[in-house]
Design a protein around this ligand. Sequence first.
Ligand code: SF4
Ligand code: SF4
Length: 376
Amino acid sequence: MKKDTAVAMVKCDTYREEEVKNSIVKVFELAPLPGVEGKTILLKPNILSDQPPEKAVTTHPEIVKQVIRYLKHKGAGTIYVGDSPGVPKPGFSGKKCGIADVVSQEGAVWAKFAEDKVLIKNPSGKKHKEFTVTSFVKKVDMIISLPKLKTHQLMYFTGAVKNLFGLVPGIPKSTYHVKYPDRDDFGEMLLDLLDTVKPSYALMDGIIGMEGPGPGNGTPHPVKVILGSTHLPALDIAASAIIGYDPMDIPTNRLAFKRDYGLRSIEDVEIRGNSIEECSISDFTLIPHKKHKHLIFDLFHSSKLIQQYRLKRKPKPYFIEEKCIKCGECIKICASNANWFEEGPNGKFVAVDYNKCIRCYCCHEVCPADAIEIRK
Ligand code: SF4
Ligand code: SF4
């Protein structure tokens, strides 16, 4: 991770073409992108599931369009665009979210993540020392993360760092949740992934973010800002602060201070352009965060007993029969085999074994019918 902690924040009210274009140019002026001339580049927007742009599940197509245009103007070579949802459908290409059209209209190339995978080792990883990722990670000279600013049931917030998890194609993503059910362990794994794939830049769509039960079933909420940085954790620290989180409550932010990323305190993040105060909003619904002050728990963090105690106290997924369209996505994604279809008086319904459930909330993320509630 480069130690230049500059984060550009530029207010942008709407997705109107000129406004987005000018704001993105400004972001790149304030926090410059490394040279792109002749480079093969992978753009990684957030396409958690293929939903229309107004639902704020995905990075807005106007952002993807203007980034492609900017890169071409600067002389970039082939530009690939791709992502891999948790439960990818055959031939997935981001049609509903508008990104497929942008890719073909702007002369970029859709990257089919699931077709070709590659194992990349990172022996110095703290938790995870090798990742099977899309082979595009190896094929390109640069990776640019294009996250959407959203809440996240498990990690509280999803931004530049978490967006990289989509480089792991398809359902195998959920097995990482089984291996790292604890938020901090999962956060360490995400930082290991960051150190392995080494993205060059992140540009975040924060014009309309997602509040409430994100990342798939929350509510669109205007935040009116675009952020950019070569330092992905620094960008996430700034973005989580403007929506009202204490940035240190976000596991990937807090753990970044323990790595050699040039961060000793939040003040080390150098904000350029609009300030945190100018961009902050006070009415963004966050994922409730319980601060635990039990130092003894931290000391015995890896103890099975402590982990089981914590698991039992976490909110559970509840499956709402009336809303369920019986698509089975929640069952396909559950790497713990904690849920299944059962026959009831009104037909089949999703049953769940909370003793097996690791509270990863992957089922909630992929449910297309908002039929899963996360609560105590
Ligand atoms: S039921 Fe849902 S929250 Fe529980 S382990 Fe399965 S996918 Fe994760
Ligand atoms: S709960 Fe959601 S994901 Fe699961 S079967 Fe019902 S609609 Fe599909």
